[in-house]
Design a protein around this ligand. Sequence first.
Ligand code: ADE
Length: 235
Amino acid sequence: MNRFHILTLFPEMVMDGLNTSIIGRAVEAGHLKIQAVNIRDYSQNKHMKVDDYPYGGGAGLVMQPEPIYRAYEDLVKDMKKKPRVIYMTPQGRVFHQDMAKELAKEEELVFLCGHYEGIDERVLEEIVTDYVSIGDYVLTGGELPAMVMIDAISRLVPGVLHNDDSAGDESFENGLLEYPQYTRPPVFLDKKVPDVLLSGHHENIRKWRHEQSVKRTKERRPDLWKEYEENEGKE
Ligand code: ADE
């Protein structure tokens, strides 16, 4: 059972997004728990304000430290050990499959989502253990990045995907992109499903799929191919 806690100003955005499809089913089945904590609930301002102008001037507003800190303290008070707290920021390490695998081992994970021009540095220093970006582009907030990470991590948690093979066979798992897939009908727009897939010859199918994976990785992700070739020699 993995538990995800999301500190956010937009809890419904995260919960609506994650309560559907495979992740939603996994929550219902008890494989995962996903909880959004509204940072605004921890404001002690009479207008429930959570942001203010940046010291030193500049555009936009900065999220204040106290509501975030109070939300965090309230969240961790019953936990046996301090959880990893992931702050979603374009200034972080770029998320990838190996990181997802490592994080899937954690029982509790906290995601901190910022908005506006960021969060007061002092609370980040106090609670954040990991700074993570989902890519070199800037989004309006950390909610979508947190949802991306939770989706990628969740599907590695045992029981979330029904078919035990389905997490192992695909892109990135063996350093190659996944081979092309086909289903019925056998002919579509004059295009036939490759004969080998209809042959029932498992060894030939396995070989064909590997060749397709290699071809695809060379064409589409020469950077991954280079890494694969370098590692292959060593293993
Ligand atoms: N917040 C805004 N942009 C982001 C990104 N690319 N990754 C993670 N968090 C972000």
